[in-house]
Write a protein that binds this ligand. Structure first.
Ligand SMILES: [Zn+2]
Ligand SMILES: [Zn+2]
Length: 125
């Protein structure tokens, strides 16, 4: 019981009421301004779109290898406006926006993206 309470205290708002069809809006649960950002992944070799997922806070393709050319290299691309074709490939990230300092407060996922390199090295071991 004690542990459960501790967990609840630490729990941060997921802003679930900001639906994916909104570009941005104020979260009714915590009052923060939330921006919906969409990302897709592409094969960096042939440029074909790969379905993006968010794994441990990192945006990466669902498949490890490109179905078109077999490459494992990929790039992450932000799309400004979601459309019904890209929505099949895209992953949604919700960013909290500090209205005093624009875009200073990003989600964990985006910050952790910079540590992609060490993770790739680990896979060779
Ligand atoms: Zn919220
Ligand atoms: Zn490819």
């Amino acid at each position: 019981m004690f542990l459960t309470n501790l967990f609840n205290l630490k729990k941060t708002c997921m802003h679930e009421k900001i639906t994916p069809d909104m570009e941005y809006g104020y979260c009714p649960d915590c009052g923060k301004l939330i921006h919906n950002d969409w990302y897709i992944t592409r094969c960096s070799c042939c440029g074909v779109k790969m379905k993006a997922i968010c794994r441990n806070g990192v945006i990466e393709p669902q498949n490890h290898y490109c179905t078109n050319c077999g490459s494992s290299e990929y790039i992450v691309e932000q799309i400004s406006k979601i459309n019904f074709i890209d929505i099949n490939f895209a992953v949604l990230q919700r960013h909290e926006i500090d209205e005093n300092v624009k875009y200073s407060n990003t989600t964990q996922c985006w910050q952790e993206k910079t540590v992609e390199k060490p993770k790739l090295l680990v896979q060779y071991l």
